[in-house]
Write a protein of this length. Structure first.
Length: 429
């Protein structure tokens, strides 16, 4: 089909890397379409996030701006669109849950013919991510989704009701996708899921990915502490391709709040696990996420959280204000914290972590490290890179000074010459 006759399609992707990984798989299934700007597009694929109210509000703000388009809804919020919502937003022509991603080509074709598709809300019982990948950004890393859904029933989280129970993807499909990405020049494969630690025999998957020929990194995000096994730690240590990096969502440091959150983690056991990880992999970078302002977080609980952050001394900490979400058990908990107090506590924790991060970075001064070149800032005269210590989009970067041109998507060795709270500055030699 000639370009002029192709369906003009534009993409809006909201939410996390898991959502992006889904969209890249979905787009690879669409034939006879041309990706173009929102203004020129006839059809918009709106990839939604429904995790928090602020994310859901963003979905509907986008819908308001798409009155004159034909919108196909994808993503987390798809299974929660009601008839009332569809009536309010006539620009919605189809609502496609992940159970129907494999049918996206036929759905786009019908919408292009001005036909509306009945919303199908059923979530699949197995992982049915379409085979294929269309990289939507020119960058040296890519996300591979290895599982869908979640069996954890945290009191604050909507994910199980949005995405269903945990279901893993076939290892051969993951490895096949990784091979294709590496053949396209991708230098960092990032495995994502709600909890990668739930993946059956994750160490075996990592070992098989490590055997793929080529010079590339493998990074794993989101592993709950109780699922970090001795075998997993040894696998990370023994493969030069697996980043010495773990993202361990801990959420809090007070036993009573953790119990109220319905988290399985035990603080004493978590500290032992972290100590073991650091003993076996001394150069590992650790990241966590913390929720402050959870119902019942009194002064004592908040003090315990501050002490915990100091004690674990992670390289990176993301601090989030508790979001009261209808449909979660915590919505009806007593002793809710005011938004003003949540913001105050978040600021305190961020300033605390900033000092920890700066001290961690200072320990790298004068050392050499392998980095992946991502981009060049011509105005500042720096290359932008990352070492294994930094995950893309959520952690810091390394600004590289070089007298000779460096190639994007290449690995080089550089020397750290200056440290900042979150970023590093280095020079080639």
């Amino acid at each position: 089909m000639k370009t002029a006759n192709k369906i003009r399609l534009s993409l809006i992707s909201l939410g996390c890397p898991k959502n992006l990984a889904d969209l890249e798989a979905v787009v690879s299934q669409i034939k006879n379409a041309k990706l173009t700007s929102e203004k020129k597009a006839k059809i918009i694929l709106l990839n939604t996030c429904g995790f928090l109210k602020i994310a859901r509000d963003e979905v509907f703000e986008n819908l308001k701006n798409l009155k004159n388009k034909r919108v196909i809804i994808l993503g987390c919020l798809a299974s929660h669109f009601t008839k009332e919502v569809l009536k309010k937003y006539p620009q919605i022509y189809a609502v496609v849950s992940s159970a129907n991603y494999k049918n996206i080509n036929a759905i786009v074709k019908k919408v292009a013919q001005n036909k509306r598709i009945t919303a199908i809300k059923t979530e699949p019982k197995i992982f049915e991510n379409p085979k294929g990948k269309t990289l939507l950004y020119s960058r040296p890393y890519a996300y591979i989704k290895i599982a869908e859904g979640c069996n954890n029933r945290c009191a604050y989280c909507l994910i199980p009701s949005l995405k269903g129970a945990f279901r893993s993807r076939k290892p051969e499909d993951i490895i096949s996708e990784a091979k294709v990405l590496i053949s396209k020049g991708i230098k960092e494969i990032i495995l994502v899921a709600q909890d990668c630690g739930c993946y059956p025999n994750l160490p075996k998957l990592l070992k098989n990915l490590s055997r793929i020929p080529g010079d590339f990194w493998i990074r794993v995000l989101y592993i709950y502490p109780e699922r970090i096994t001795d075998e997993l730690i040894k696998t990370i240590k023994n493969s030069p391709k697996i980043c010495h990096y773990l993202d361990i969502p801990l959420q809090h440091g007070d036993p009573k709040i953790l119990h109220s959150m319905r988290r399985q983690s035990n603080i004493a056991e978590t500290l032992k696990k972290i100590s073991k990880i650091r003993k076996i992999i001394p150069d590992i970078a650790l990241r966590t996420s913390i929720i402050t302002g959870f119902p019942g977080e009194d002064k004592k609980a908040f003090e315990n959280l501050k002490k915990f952050i100091k004690k674990i001394s992670f390289d990176h900490v993301g601090v989030f204000e508790y979001s009261r979400e209808k449909g979660t058990p915590a919505y009806d908990f007593p002793n809710q914290i005011s938004d003003k107090e949540k913001r105050r506590r978040k600021k305190i924790l961020m300033l605390l972590q900033q000092k920890i991060s700066l001290n961690k970075n200072k320990s790298l001064l004068g050392k050499t490290t392998k980095v992946l070149i991502e981009n060049y800032d011509a105005k500042a005269g720096f290359y932008i890179a990352r070492s294994q210590k930094f995950a893309p989009e959520i952690d810091g970067v390394i600004f590289v000074k070089s007298k000779v041109p460096l190639q994007k998507s290449s690995f080089i060795t550089t020397k750290i010459t200056k440290t900042l709270p979150y970023d590093l500055i280095s020079e080639t030699f």
